[in-house]
Design a protein. Structure first.
Length: 187
């Protein structure tokens, strides 16, 4: 019988997976406009995580944007990625006009189309809900001493791969348990 030892990569991945669950809990319980939850979440690791990195590298080549390539390396070097998205194509009903339309009826009738990275137009209140959920999730990771960074490019790749299929906007939060934070001092 082998001794009960948990080594390097195994505990790092397992710990980030556990932290990711608490991050999803934080995103779920974060305040939402009118108490309506249109925030969507997922935890990605292993092959699916690497698929996101590959898609980011593909986008980097297509668009000649080095940032996608740099962030793809971060995703590959991470143990886990949390995805947080929103159904931004649903209106909140305040007729505020922040979406660019006179009222919510105009927003709802508008053609929803894919821009460079996300589907729009987006209801500002749904975008705010996404931001609050992202902040709550990143704060939770920080409280658990898990290195993380909110990255829109991860979300762009996740959307193109049809992760969180109902989401119109997705952001990714790669997570790492290394002796140095891999998401800063990047080149």
């Amino acid at each position: 019988m082998s001794p009960p030892i948990i080594e390097g990569k195994n505990w790092e991945r397992d710990a980030t997976l556990e932290a990711a669950k608490f991050m999803l809990l934080a995103a779920k319980t974060a305040p939402k406009s009118g108490g309506i939850d249109d925030v969507l979440t997922s935890i990605v690791y292993g092959k699916e995580k690497d698929n996101i990195a590959s898609k980011m590298e593909e986008i980097a080549e297509e668009r000649k944007i080095e940032g996608f390539k740099r962030d793809a390396k971060n995703v590959r070097d991470s143990e886990t990625v949390v995805l947080i998205g929103v159904r931004g194509n649903k209106s909140f009903g305040l007729n505020c006009g922040a979406c660019g339309y006179k009222n919510c009826e105009g927003f709802e009738k508008a053609e929803k189309k894919l821009g460079g990275d996300f589907l729009g137009p987006t209801c500002m209140f749904k975008a705010l809900d996404l931001g609050i959920a992202l902040g709550s999730a990143a704060k939770t990771a920080s409280l658990l001493n898990v290195d993380n960074r909110i990255m829109y490019r991860v979300g762009t790749a996740a959307l193109k791969l049809k992760f969180l299929p109902e989401a119109t906007v997705i952001m990714g939060i790669p997570m790492s348990a290394k002796s140095k934070n891999i998401y800063f001092d990047r080149r």
